[in-house]
Ligand binder design. Structure first.
Ligand code: AMP
Length: 205
């Protein structure tokens, strides 16, 4: 099954993506994680992407599309995959539609006031990408690998505002885009992590 997960920044996409991929044994392809890995590795792509990411802007389509085209060619995508953070605008969605078929576009519908609070408390693991909240990770350590958790550069308040604006202008229209294609599944993202996941699984069945 080829799945896309959509929703505003901080809507819980990454957390749900990890759970879905574990249960269905499909790769979790997050463009944000791939870009952060490039930054950590000091690649040319990472250097180019960092300026945009730090400003809460979208990285230019040609860079992200090349990254995703390459990743989707890998063997582990043959039996399906989950895309998290791609596509983020209509141009990317059109390109994706030419490469692969999307079976389900999951949309996590989450209230904006919840999102601001979630982003303020988000903590991520710089080593394995695990994402959690300051409340859940009281010792400040990654549950998966023990590394010290950090606050993402682009989770700072002034950048978050820009990311939400970019989301509303460029990414939110993709909800209608996939609805028109008949593959949209909307899930209430204002619930607990487990309840959101239960709704997703019920919808996937
Ligand atoms: P995320 O981890 O999905 O929240 O993405 C973090 C940042 O990476 C975004 O704010 C963008 O700057 C960049 N990014 C991730 N995915 C894309 C994409 N599909 N197109 C353009 N920029 C992206």
């Amino acid at each position: 099954m080829n799945i896309i997960i959509m929703g505003a920044p901080g809507s819980g996409k990454g957390t749900q993506a990890v759970m879905i991929c574990k249960a269905h044994k499909i790769p979790h392809i997050s463009t944000g994680d791939l870009l952060r890995k490039n930054i950590a590795d000091g690649t040319e792509l990472g250097k180019q992407a960092k300026t945009y990411m730090d400003a809460g802007k979208l990285v230019p389509d040609e860079l992200v599309v090349a990254l995703i085209e390459d990743r989707l060619k890998a063997d582990d995508c043959k039996n399906g995959f989950l895309l998290d953070g791609f596509p983020r605008n209509k141009a990317q969605a059109d390109v994706l539609g030419k490469i692969v078929k999307t079976d389900v576009a999951l949309y996590l519908d989450t209230d904006l006031n919840k999102i601001a609070a979630r982003m303020a408390s988000r903590r991520v693991c710089p080593k394995c990408g695990y994402s959690t909240s300051a409340e859940l990770a009281k010792d400040g350590k990654c549950k998966e690998c023990g590394e010290t958790l950090i606050i993402r550069d682009d989770d700072k308040l002034e950048v978050v505002e820009n990311r939400l604006k970019v989301y509303a202008e460029q990414s939110a229209p993709l909800i209608e885009y996939y609805k028109a294609k008949g593959v949209l599944v909307t899930v209430n993202g204002n619930q607990t992590i487990d309840d959101v996941y239960a709704d997703i699984e019920a919808a996937l069945k």
